[in-house]
Design a binder for this molecule. Structure first.
Ligand code: HEC
Ligand code: HEC
Ligand code: HEC
Ligand code: HEC
Length: 427
């Protein structure tokens, strides 16, 4: 065989090999997509096993016309009972005790006074009523109860700035059926966005998200209160605007801040629980929704198959853990996730302490009076950004599990800004 022939043969063989790999890849991909789209969730039981009902809406018990959980109890006994189980998740820790550097970074804002970790959905009204953070206005009820969403839907955005205590007295339920299904869970459990700011901010872009992710994204997101009327609002209009970089640019574009920190003279930002954003750029977003990992499909003794409405950590539920195996094989998922979280948390502590050090250095520089306002402003801008990126990772509730790449990107960006700021301060 001459050299030319040999080369042609090799090229040909490589071509055939690539084609086989491609088709194989497509088939595997197609197979996977088929399962995900048509077989639904990935556990021993799937969405195909659920018997979806078409039921009339019962007369509402809610004074405001919301059909509440007890109204659905005879039609959906297991869903209502498992929603009640959210009370079992009652454990909280104080972030301020766990990570003392936070008190320094958040100085001048409510979160430096009282900052407990989240717990189950059945505690929302109790927890918002008793937090020591100042909450003068009704907008703090946005993510706590369907009755507030209904009030906004009926009376408009003026209710956001009503006095908190007055509106709290009108609230009847913690997060409940209306929140994620409006008054229509009887319509085969169809999901409905009931929080008006999601419709306003995303509009037709809502179609770009799975409905079982979007309903959680009504609250598990970064949001802000508008200056004009304290209305709850999302800082983006579609997927490309959901990154920490894009959201920061949006806030910068109208000089938005959550509080002014007196000791440093900085217009500060506070991120809030961006699970929706973090998950949407993560490795699972293309094929799983929030329910797949947080709402196990269970079977009752009478044979009824349903999504548990007790929203749990997948690491604490055998059914959910068995769904991971479909893609992760026999990996010990509890161990794998804990190791990932420990690494992210260690890095968080490292960067958090450096951020606290920058804050001290800036306070010192402000009181020393040796730098011009212009020079100080350059440091303040970097400090504001460093805090934003640090917080975007710190306050996300999965501690890196939803998207470790984004967690590290945020912490690395924060650290770079801290170092730049320290250099300007001559440290
Ligand atoms: C926090 C949001 C949320 C709340 C609150 C909620 N649901 Fe659901 N519900 C969902 C999601 C998400 C699914 C669908 C999961 C999937 O298939 O992706 C669902 C599915 C359903 C289904 C379809 C059958 C099934 O088991 O999948 C019914 C029926 C239903 N819910 C009824 C209710 C009732 C009744 C209540 C109040 C007692 C309620 N839901 C409260 C989010 C919620
Ligand atoms: C109406 C707003 C709202 C919606 C919609 C919502 N959540 Fe929540 N969620 C909250 C709030 C507020 C808390 C914290 C409650 C507390 O600590 O009092 C919470 C807590 C949780 C927790 C417990 C966190 C912990 O650290 O123990 C999980 C898990 C959770 N939500 C998952 C979901 C999922 C999954 C969905 C969608 C099916 C969803 N949530 C929809 C507002 C919401
Ligand atoms: C691939 C599975 C998966 C998907 C999909 C997923 N999560 Fe998670 N989530 C996790 C894991 C793993 C944790 C860490 C649990 C732990 O630390 O015990 C977690 C933690 C959380 C927590 C903190 C709960 C706790 O007990 O500490 C909340 C809240 C949460 N997720 C909400 C969401 C929301 C909202 C979505 C959709 C936007 C979502 N998750 C999608 C796997 C998932
Ligand atoms: C449909 C397939 C699929 C299912 C089901 C699935 N995963 Fe994954 N998961 C993936 C893929 C793909 C990756 C990316 C792997 C990589 O990049 O090496 C991944 C990565 C992860 C990561 C690392 C994420 C990061 O950003 O570093 C964690 C944590 C994880 N999965 C947890 C879970 C848990 C817990 C469950 C079950 C509750 C689960 N996964 C179910 C496909 C899946």
């Amino acid at each position: 065989m001459d050299t030319k022939k040999r080369i042609r043969l090799v090229v040909c063989a490589v071509g055939v090999l690539l084609a086989v790999l491609c088709i194989g890849g497509l088939l595997t991909g197609h197979d996977l997509m088929y399962h995900l789209r048509n077989r639904g969730a990935l556990g021993p039981l799937t969405r195909d096993d659920i018997q979806y009902l078409d039921l009339d809406t019962p007369a509402p018990t809610g004074k405001d016309g919301t059909v509440n959980a007890s109204d659905w109890a005879s039609a959906y006994p297991y869903i209502v009972a498992t929603m009640g189980d959210n009370s079992k998740n009652s454990y909280t820790v104080s972030y301020l005790e766990e990570d003392p550097y936070l008190t320094n970074i958040y100085e001048g804002y409510g979160f430096a006074i009282d900052y407990l970790s989240a717990r189950g959905h059945n505690y929302t009204l109790e927890d918002v009523a008793k937090t020591k953070r100042p909450h003068p206005k009704a907008n703090c009820l946005t993510c706590k109860t369907p009755n507030f969403a209904k009030l906004v839907n009926d009376q408009g955005v003026g209710v956001y700035s009503m006095p908190f205590e007055e509106v709290l007295g009108m609230m009847e339920e913690n997060i409940s059926c209306y929140t994620c299904h409006a008054n229509n869970p009887g319509d085969a459990g169809r999901r409905s966005v009931t929080h008006s700011y999601v419709k306003k901010a995303l509009g037709t872009a809502m179609e770009n998200f799975d409905s079982s992710t979007l309903v959680c994204g009504q609250c598990h997101i970064e949001y802000y209160f508008t200056r004009e009327n304290s209305e709850t609002m999302m800082p983006y209009h579609d997927r490309p605007g959901m990154t920490p970089e894009a959201i920061l640019a949006y806030y910068d574009s109208f000089d938005f801040y959550d509080w002014i920190q007196e000791s440093t003279g900085t217009k500060m930002l506070k991120t809030q629980h961006p699970e929706f954003e973090t998950f949407s750029y993560g490795k699972h977003a293309a094929f799983l929704n929030c329910a797949d990992c947080h709402m196990p499909i269970e079977q009752a003794d009478d044979g009824t198959i349903y999504h548990s409405h007790n929203l749990q950590s997948p690491l604490e539920n055998e059914t959910l853990l068995s769904t991971c195996a479909r893609c992760h094989g026999d990996t010990d998922m509890v161990n794998m996730v804990h190791r990932l979280q420990n690494r992210v948390t260690a890095r968080e502590t490292e960067v958090g302490n450096k951020l606290s050090g920058l804050k001290d250095a800036l306070v010192e520089a402000v009181s020393a009076g040796e730098m011009t306002e212009e020079e100080l402003d350059a440091v303040r801008a970097l400090y504001r950004e460093a805090q934003w990126f640090f917080d975007f990772c710190y306050v996300e509730n999965s501690e890196g599990a939803h998207n470790s790449e984004l967690a590290y990107r945020c912490l690395d960006t924060s650290e770079i800004k801290i170092l730049e700021a320290m250099a300007l301060l001559g440290k």
